[in-house]
Design a protein around this ligand. Structure first.
Ligand code: HXC
Length: 257
């Protein structure tokens, strides 16, 4: 594991996965997501582990998919990369996953948080789907899960403008369970994890599966459409311009092509 750190029993029955690309604000590339998937498959099989916490660092949970790796890709490159199979495997994890978020949770980072089951946020956390500002759209469930989490009007505003939500706003809209001072977000995630870890692991897993069924009944259809539309943006000049402008640290000029 190069891009994540895994501690199997940080507390009894609680495992911790730390995203570890600090220089890139934990930008999510396929390798990092595959490492997370592999860790979750292993932890799911480990009878000693009942609850899993995923965290980044104080500055960022994750600032999105890796723009530098995507910038030059064509729509067909993105289709063939098939990165979302890994994400689908992550969402099949049976044990509950708590995201402990400080700093940026943007784009794919916000989508990753929403793929987890519960969220503890530091007061410094910032959530958002800023893909529109670089000429693309969410591709890992943002249009579906954010809409369910915060309602249509707010999801439209966030995804169409790329605005960020503060931790307090995210709590108000039901995206996160609890907001705590920045020194406490990981500790608070462990408190929640330990409470759940004392309960019947069988009942906990079945409850999680049942809640997800209610939440995800129409999700597959929505995800399929979102993926195709995400790939389609990579056929546009605007996506090339948006990502190039990000890398060159300038404002993009979108032409609608
Ligand atoms: C690659 C990234 C990155 C990203 C930051 N970096 N976000 N690299 N992909 N998503 C890099 C920067 O280029 C920079 O590298 C270093 O991390 C520090 O970032 P700065 O921008 O200098 O920091 P700051 O000024 O504090 O701004 C923080 C920020 C900004 C607001 C989070 O970095 C930002 O806007 N990032 C992009 C957010 C975004 O658009 N996310 C959505 C991506 S698309 P250097 O080398 O200059 O030091 C997406 C689609 C999901 O997620 C699809 C499914 C997976």
């Amino acid at each position: 594991m190069e891009l994540i750190k895994v501690t199997e029993q940080k507390e009894p029955h609680v495992a911790l996965i730390e995203l570890n690309r600090p220089k890139e604000l934990n930008a999510l590339n396929p390798q990092l997501m595959q490492e997370v998937r592999d860790a979750l498959v292993t932890l799911d099989k480990n009878d000693g582990v009942r609850v899993i916490i995923i965290t980044g660092n104080e500055q960022a949970f994750a600032a999105g998919a890796d723009i530098k790796q995507m910038a030059d890709k064509s729509a067909i490159d993105m289709l063939l990369l098939d990165q979302f199979t890994t994400w689908d495997q992550i969402r099949k994890t049976k044990k509950p996953i708590i995201a402990a978020v400080s700093g940026f949770a943007l784009g794919g980072g916000c989508e990753f948080v929403m793929t987890c089951d519960m969220v503890i946020a530091s007061e410094t956390a910032k959530f958002g789907q800023p893909e529109i500002k670089i000429g693309t759209i969410p591709g890992a469930g943002g249009t579906q899960r954010l809409t369910k989490a915060v309602g249509k009007a707010k999801a439209m505003e966030l995804i169409l403008t790329g605005r960020f939500l503060s931790a307090e706003e995210a709590h108000f809209y039901g995206l996160v369970n609890k907001v705590v001072p920045k020194e406490m977000y990981l500790q608070e995630a462990f408190t929640l994890a330990k409470e759940i870890a004392q309960l019947s692991p069988v009942a906990v897993q079945l409850a999680k599966e049942s809640i997800n069924r209610s939440f995800e009944t129409h999700l597959d259809e929505g995800l399929t459409l979102e993926r195709k539309n995400f790939y389609l943006t990579f056929a546009s000049a605007d996506q090339k311009e948006g990502m190039k402008a990000f890398i060159e640290k300038r404002k993009p000029e979108f032409k609608g092509q």
